[in-house]
Design a protein around this ligand. Structure first.
Ligand code: OOG
Ligand code: NI
Length: 413
């Protein structure tokens, strides 16, 4: 009867994030523990530090997640773009993780809502990486060809799902009676598959990079991690460690400082080995395990202007960033605003614009901390032409500039 009732894209996004979270919690129990500890840290922190809410309401921050996925080809990336378009998530920024100190053979963007009111409704974002198959420093020509053939033969998404997503994105909403099914189908595209994995092929790609094997060694994709947000990541780190969950990393990103939180701080723990099935050379299928998925948590601060970002990069390049920090950053929101180092709505230091993106060095660190072996660059010079312009062309849609979005958020409340 209620055929006219429509679900707007932001509600679809909220349902998508919640359903992915439920699925991932069932797949990775440590994630459920992390979410519980995060919620407790947030409630305690907000009770004692009412001003923390200037970076987001307790409800928003406690519900907030980012995910990470990895795909193989421009075609797959385009399908992701269409699918996420139905959830009001658009590609923002270009990250080239091949350039990190520990290179990873991917280029990435983040799909997220962009308008401040959409972010306030539900800020779900997904860090999305594509295998840099064309970079000969990782893949020699023969392997490039075989990876390409393997990827061309697979379909990550049902064409019907993609067609439906295209329609929803164009309309800006979805009929109520088809919404649940649409969200469920989108979620299941990111479930861990129990299809047997070709062991020889997976091992060959693992020798290049564990990330290459995770992307192109299997016929499906999966959510790699889902990350809750906390107000106080140092406290989270202590509580998780006290529970005996080994946090493998120091905290990535800015050091803990007494002044305003800036950008993004993250830490992760290594998930347990997950059961997978392998098809061996002799044709037998046997049980095995893979350790590719993990847990991560993050804290967000104010977005920095290009000038602030230069200061950040300089502080982080120091031998001891925490000690160097005060030479680069003032200690109050007012000074950050007045010196135009960070974005505040209307320049008002009580209204910070939250950083909604990622940091390339941290992202590479997150990838790396969860791999057994480092990737070594092979000989040859890169003629792949990957760049933000290339990625925008591959996506068939504009890659949005994070700074332009922050500027806009700072000017119109
Ligand atoms: C993505 C790693 C980057 C982050 O939060 O910086 C990332 C991946 O492992 O696929 O998620
Ligand atoms: Ni992440």
């Amino acid at each position: 009867m209620s055929a006219s009732r429509h679900i707007p894209t932001w509600q679809l996004r909220a349902r998508f994030a919640a359903a992915l979270s439920a699925m991932y919690g069932a797949e990775v129990p440590a994630y459920t523990a992390l979410v519980a500890v995060s919620a407790a840290v947030n409630a305690d922190h907000a009770a004692w530090h009412p001003q923390a809410r200037r970076l987001g309401s307790l409800d928003r921050v406690t519900a907030e997640r980012h995910g990470a996925i990895r795909v193989g080809t421009p075609r797959e990336l385009r399908e992701v773009a269409v699918l996420f378009g139905a959830f009001g998530m658009y590609p923002v920024g270009f990250y080239d993780l091949r350039e990190a100190a520990a290179p990873v053979p991917v280029i990435s963007t983040a799909f997220r809502p962009v308008a401040p009111d959409e972010l306030a409704r539900n800020p779900f974002r997904v860090f999305t990486s594509m295998l840099a198959t064309a970079d000969v420093r990782f893949f020699d020509r023969d392997l490039q060809r075989r990876v390409q053939n393997f990827l061309d033969a697979r379909a990550l998404f049902d064409p019907e799902l993609i067609a439906q997503a295209r329609g929803i994105a164009a309309d800006g909403h979805c009929p109520a009676e088809t919404a649940d099914k649409f969200v469920a189908r989108a979620v299941s595209a990111f479930a861990l598959s129990d299809d047997p994995i070709d062991k020889g092929w997976y091992d060959e790609l693992s020798a290049v990079s564990a990330v290459a094997a995770d992307i192109a060694g299997v016929r499906t994709t999966h959510i790699n991690h889902l990350t809750p947000r906390v107000f106080d990541i140092d406290e989270l780190y202590r509580r998780m460690s006290a529970r005996g969950i080994e946090m493998i990393d120091a905290i990535q990103g800015p050091p803990a400082t007494p002044g305003p939180a800036v950008l993004l701080r993250q830490t992760s723990f290594r998930a347990l080995a997950e059961p997978r099935r392998f098809r061996h050379r002799d044709g037998t299928v046997r049980a095995g395990t893979l350790r590719v998925r993990f847990g991560e948590v993050e804290a967000r601060g104010v977005a920095l202007t290009p000038k602030g970002r230069e200061r950040y990069d300089a502080a982080m390049a120091a031998p001891d960033p925490a000690a160097a920090w005060p030479q680069h950053f003032p200690g109050t929101d007012r000074e950050l605003a007045d010196q135009q180092l960070a974005y505040y709505v209307g320049g008002d230091p009580t209204k910070p614009v939250v950083y909604e993106d990622f940091l390339p060095a941290s992202a590479a660190g997150i990838f790396r901390s969860n791999l057994d072996a480092e990737t070594r660059l092979g000989a040859g010079s890169d003629d792949s032409e990957y760049s933000s312009a290339w990625l925008s062309g591959a996506l068939h849609t504009e890659l949005l500039d994070p700074y332009a979005l922050y500027r806009k958020a700072a000017t119109c409340p």
